[in-house]
Ligand binder design. Sequence first.
Ligand code: BGP
Length: 487
Amino acid sequence: MPFVDNFLWGGAIAANQAEGAYLEDGKGLSTADMIIGGNVNTPRMFYPQINPDVFYPSHEAIDFYHRYKEDVALFAEMGWSVFRTSINWSRIYPNGYDEEPNEAGLQFYDDLFDECHKYNIEPLITLCHYEIPWGMVKKYHGFYDRASVDCFVRYATTCFKRYKNKVKYWLTFNEINTATAPHAYNGLGLVEDEDLNRTDTVARTQIKDVPQHRYQALHHEFLASALAVKAGHEINPDFMIGCMIVHIPWYPATCNPKDMIASQKKYQLFNDFCPDVMVRGEYPTYIFKYFEQNGIDPSQFIKEGDAEILKEGVVDMYTFSYYMTNCVAADPEGKDTIGGNIVGGIKNPYLKASDWGWQIDPDGLRYSLNYIHDRYPHVPLMVVENGFGAFDTVEEDGSIHDPYRIAYFREHIKAMRDAAEDGVPVIGYTTWGPIDVVSAGTGEFAKRYGFIYVNRHDDGTGDFARSRKDSFYWYKKVCESNGQDLD
Ligand code: BGP
């Protein structure tokens, strides 16, 4: 059996992409509530006040807040043993910096976790998935101000105490390494005054980027995560707390040695820097060189005592999202480029891509699992996002045939099985968007990932009704056979 007996099979969503109910039961505004939808050619737009005449996809999302019982029952029908979602910080602390938590928000997650346990589904909980309370942006510019660290630790500690017997698996920050990519605004509210005070809308990708501030904010996230890990282990020593990395293999575009070096540099900055800090507990040497070459002064944000905090707060597992691979060249001039998850790259002539330009590469998953295990041999790995965004067609009889999605998952699960046979300690797999949700990148409903279809559309129509796609029945077989039956 390539997969261990208690291998965790399930799916992953995030609060702001699913819950809706954006101001219900005492919830405050979050960064995700301030951006409208776009599409593959139009970036999502940001405006620092809610415009009542505009459709915001997160405000109702797929109404998971009111329909979670029906959804969890569908997850259970597929035979899941794990369900990944996030807690929306602004339900618990509406402004982020409040002294007391909001009881109604805490109760919602109590009820959700109870519902999961009813079916023996283990919750896997991200504390911060691409959103923070809007109050934190206005007061602290997100994680720019060091005061944000205490706010996050207070929030994390409240959750750890409240759910210490209901949640064992925790992740601190979703895809924390997106902070290394310029303009890949990662929802954590690092907005400079000039953008915060603007009276017009601006593409999210045009929000001013100040690398010195970005790395300062990231450092504060590292501290917040490490302190939370330490506090979590004191509250329940059995907690398994992980980092969450968007892992993108960067292949050299040719076998020119210079392209290999370009690939190595890209790996270091984008893939490895953050987990080096979070799994090994210290900043790697190469990042100080990068800072030096790019005019970033780390003495502005790394303070005395921080090294000990990072060392004491290393994570218990490495979890990551995997969708696609990219290529990189020392001299990209004249080479075909392609989009991708958060960041694009050079086109790979051997690979096909989705309608959103994400290159499909199951072998890259096997490669990544081996790569990560070689680098961090002492921690278990979990693939906490993997999936295929596609347009789906509902037939007249209501059925939805999605062989493209099944094919994507079949090949990726085979690749994960091969990695397990290579000896990689992979302990779980949660597909992204097992039920259609709002796309994080484009804000669309049309970009669907689900085994479960949701009748909701980009013009705000649809009654939120759920239905099973062909892939639902296929994934059920996968979960029930512990990954053996992939036909
Ligand atoms: C990851 C995010 C998710 C999710 C997924 C798919 O990077 O963690 O929140 O949305 O990508 O991306 P998209 O929704 O842009 O298709």
